[in-house]
Design a protein around this ligand. Structure first.
Ligand code: CIR
Length: 256
């Protein structure tokens, strides 16, 4: 049931990332350090066997390195989103051609519908969609309509807070989820084996499974030992500069 990915799309961080949207008080990102962390991230994707397309930075869009929010890719179809934050809407215009190189006719989410890819978690034929400040009901419905012909069922997950669904809940393959305490008893996930991240390590709920390896943010020992016990080969990555602007491991790439 664990999908195999062969490609990824990423975008280099621009110096303007210092002005990225954030709910944190962790300081301003250092672009030079962020660029080094991004390079290591790309190398990790390559070590997982992915052919990585690296798009140029977009200084007009401070959050454009978080490409995950601009598209949803499943093996049979691609959807270009309409990101929920005003400052991020234009990111899709340069992502659409990049995605079209691999998916000839991607679907589109159009205003007033909004959708961020960070709210979308695909597990087999089920697609969980967080209803958040970024993803509205119409955006979820549009995604569901575009994916239904390919056999996908949509499950909406209303969020009480937090940025995206995958800020709090991530699939580790099989029937296992890694999630924050706030989501541990949610009925939508009752059928899964649920690993709850230790208090204070919520950021590391956003681990990223790629072809049987697990990318884990460095500096979260509780999460590390939790996922290590599952027998994964781990790749630890420094994410400090992205954490300052609410970005996690999954946000930095589209995998397909
Ligand atoms: C934002 O607020 O949109 C960015 N600063 C962070 C986006 C993170 N993306 C993601 O979780 N998929």
């Amino acid at each position: 049931m664990t999908p195999t990915f062969s490609r990824a799309i990423v975008r280099l961080p621009a110096p303007s990332m210092c002005d990225g949207l954030t709910t944190q008080s962790l300081g301003t990102p250092d672009h030079a350090i962020a660029a080094e962390q991004h390079q290591k991230y790309v190398e990790a994707l390559q070590a997982c066997g992915l052919d990585v397309t690296v798009l140029p930075p977009q200084n007009d869009y401070p959050d454009a390195c978080f490409v995950e929010d601009t598209a949803v890719l499943v093996p049979e179809a691609a959807v270009i989103t309409n990101p929920g934050a005003d400052s991020r809407r234009g990111e899709v215009e340069t992502m659409a051609p990049a995605v079209s190189a691999f998916y000839p006719a991607p679907g589109r989410v159009e205003p007033p519908a909004t959708l961020d890819g960070g709210d979308v978690m695909q597990i087999g034929r089920t697609v969980y969609v967080g209803l958040s400040d970024r993803t509205n009901e119409a955006g979820a419905e549009r995604l569901g309509a575009l994916l239904a012909p390919h056999g996908y069922e949509l499950v909406k997950v209303p969020l009480a807070g937090g940025l995206h669904l995958k800020s709090d809940v991530n699939w580790l393959g099989g029937d296992t989820l890694l999630l924050t305490r706030a989501f541990a008893d949610r009925p939508e996930f009752a059928g899964y084996e649920r690993l709850v991240v230790p208090e204070g390590e919520e950021y590391a709920a956003n681990c990223l499974l790629i072809n049987d390896r697990l990318l884990v943010p460095d500096g979260f020992p509780g999460v590390r030992s939790l996922v290590e016990s599952l027998g994964f080969e781990l790749i630890l990555l420094q994410m400090s500069e992205y954490q300052k602007i609410d970005g996690g491991l999954s946000c930095l790439s589209l995998r397909f």
